[in-house]
Design a protein around this ligand. Structure first.
Ligand code: A3P
Length: 304
């Protein structure tokens, strides 16, 4: 399909839609050659679910003893430069040479992660999801900003219809979320399932829990010193968007495609999709969600 993508072509592979050939090559390499280490940590997500934010949080939580807040690497490097996107990184980097614990990000569906990652009883996976309406709007606006001019225009309505039918990078979205949801129920000590909306509401609580899950709980002293609050502040939308690196810096997941860091920050709000979708669109997506999630025990948004 050449629709729904910021790049001309999407490939369907083992039930999921993939972006251009070089990243797809990385996915195959990852599946065939990546060897999980017990200390590996994976940040997984579909697109526009809060990956950039969670990268900043996980990087600063895991490395908090190494850096002072006043000279923190996140002040001068974009979150995407702090945790590599394995699906592309593996193409031209020696991942064996990285120090442990290795932190990787991946947009791959759970079923497409390397077998050694899924089978390892020790390496950990943190998945972040977001309600599909906000994901769609965030993705559409992101994709349109970056869409090469030679591609035909893609209206919001057309992209929405494709999204509803599962056609978007790393989609179908519901299957992506449910793959990780089901796995998190089966392996609760290995997979932490986070929701963007809940993190937005109570970031301190979730960062604390995340650190415990990653085997790096905050000490009583750190809590007293306000280290969790410092991390939340450093990684906040307001702080990250105020930094020069996130205004003018760029990230190249694959050598042929550079993306300005500013594209990963738009509004950072919950529910902005209502400003872009018609009531009919909202009803359609809500209905699909209801059908897809029936019997799974999972709901988008904040748990009541
Ligand atoms: P919006 O387009 O709704 O604003 P991803 O990082 O997975 O690509 O997701 C991007 C979305 O996360 C964008 O959503 C972006 O604004 C939001 N985001 C980026 N950094 C954030 C932060 N520090 N806190 C909260 N949301 C953030």
């Amino acid at each position: 399909s050449d629709k729904g993508a910021i790049v001309p072509t999407l490939f369907q592979y083992q039930g999921f839609w993939y972006p251009p050939i070089s990243v797809f090559k990385g996915v195959l390499l990852m599946q065939d050659h990546f060897k999980a280490q017990p200390t590996d940590i994976f940040l997984t997500s579909s697109l526009k679910s809060g990956t950039t934010w969670l990268k900043a949080i996980m990087f600063s939580t895991m490395n908090r003893s190494k850096f002072e807040f006043a000279t923190h690497p996140l002040l001068t490097a974009g979150p995407h430069d702090c945790i590599p996107y394995l699906d592309a990184y593996i193409i031209d980097h020696d991942v064996e040479a990285l120090h442990s614990p290795r932190l990787f990000a991946s947009h791959s569906a759970y079923s497409l992660l390397p077998k050694s990652v899924r089978d390892s009883p020790d390496c950990k996976i943190v998945y972040i999801c977001r309600n599909p309406k906000d994901v769609f709007v965030s993705h559409y606006l992101f994709a349109m900003k970056l869409r090469p001019p030679m591609l035909p225009p893609l209206s919001l309505e057309e992209a929405f219809d494709l999204f509803c039918r599962g056609v978007c990078e790393y989609g179908p979205y519901f299957e992506h979320v449910l793959g990780y949801w089901n796995a998190s129920l089966e392996f609760p000590g290995k997979i932490l399932f986070l929701k963007y909306e809940e993190m937005r509401k109570e970031p301190v609580k979730h960062v604390k829990h995340l650190a415990e899950f990653l085997g790096k709980p905050f000490s009583a002293e750190e809590e007293k010193e306000g280290v969790i609050e410092e991390i939340v502040k450093l990684c906040s939308f307001e702080k990250l968007t105020s930094l020069e690196v996130n205004k003018t810096g760029k990230v190249a997941f694959v050598p042929e495609m550079q993306i300005g860091n500013e594209n990963f920050f738009r509004k950072g709000q919950v529910g902005d999709s209502t400003n872009h979708l018609t009531p009919e669109m909202i009803e359609r997506l809500d209905k699909i969600a209801e059908e897809k999630l029936k019997g799974t025990g999972f709901k988008f948004g904040e748990s009541k």
